[in-house]
Design a protein around this ligand. Structure first.
Ligand code: DGL
Length: 270
């Protein structure tokens, strides 16, 4: 059976495109609809109530396009609002990125000493700590908010002396105090900065992000419901809540070949 409905994906900005790219690789026959809530970015410094409200609005907007599954491609919204969003969407499957990220960390870490970098809200909420220790009770998890990384990624700055200096400032104390063998990129914006981050943490620390693991979870969810699409010409459509031109310009760094101006629309969630 084939199901023509798209998979809906949302984040506060371009960060979730790292997940979209993994979905494209894992499920090349699926149409994808991506919403970047750029007008209200960042989510990661907002209160839980505000993030939850934004997440509900974003998910509801995607439902309006008839999506068959919603991916919350934002760690902050996954940490603070995933279960609530799932509760309001009933039978429609919802996949977040924190549990797949925790799964990947537990798989990659040998010593169980795991560091998680994320937005401030995700770090304060302790979701990674709980999800990792639910899978490996002896794990020692240290979390650090690195909110400036979001701004760098949205600005399209992925390398250079300023990025490296900020990465050192955030990461060196964490590496010295915790000595992890695994570092989780607990924000979907951070994979853009992987080279700069790797330059600080060194080759002995495995860097994991939840994109590929999330895409594998989405595949499992679709297969379980017999909803996988296998047609040859899947569509890719982007929605932004502010300046589609700017969104496209930055988004092209993530998915260069596929994006054209006619694929990006301005929408209003309020
Ligand atoms: N990309 C998001 C995350 O994974 C949020 C970034 C932000 O808006 O602060 O947490």
């Amino acid at each position: 059976m084939t199901d023509e409905r798209p998979i809906g994906v949302f984040d506060s900005g371009v960060g979730g495109l790292t997940v979209l790219r993994a979905l494209r690789e894992e499920l090349p026959g699926e149409s994808l609809l991506y919403l970047g809530d750029t007008a209200r970015l960042p989510y990661g410094t907002k209160s839980p109530d505000t993030v939850s409200r934004y997440a509900h609005q974003a998910a509801a907007h995607l439902i309006g396009y008839g999506v068959k599954l919603v991916v919350v491609a934002c760690n902050t919204a996954s940490a603070l609002a995933l279960d609530e969003v799932q509760a309001t969407l009933g039978d429609l499957p919802v996949v977040g990125v924190v549990r797949p990220g925790a799964e990947a960390a537990v798989r990659e870490s040998v010593t169980g000493r795991i560091a998680v970098i994320s937005t401030e809200s995700t770090a304060q909420h302790g979701a990674y700590d709980r999800e990792i220790r639910a899978r490996r009770p002896d794990a020692q998890v240290a979390s650090r908010g690195c909110s400036l990384f979001v701004a760098l990624a949205e600005e399209g700055w992925s390398h250079g002396p300023i990025v490296e200096a900020i990465a050192r400032e955030y990461l060196e104390p964490l590496m010295e105090s915790h000595r992890p063998d695994c570092l989780v990129l607990g924000c979907t914006h951070f994979p853009v900065l992987t080279d700069a981050i790797a330059g600080v943490v060194g080759p002995d620390v495995r860097i994991v992000n939840s994109a590929a693991t999330t895409a594998a979870v989405v595949r499992r969810e679709l297969e379980a419901r017999d909803l996988v699409r296998s047609t040859a010409k899947p569509s890719l459509r982007l929605l932004a809540t502010d300046s589609p031109e700017r969104f496209l310009r930055v988004a092209r760094r993530f998915l260069p070949a596929e994006l054209l101006p006619e694929n990006v629309d301005l929408v209003d969630l309020s």
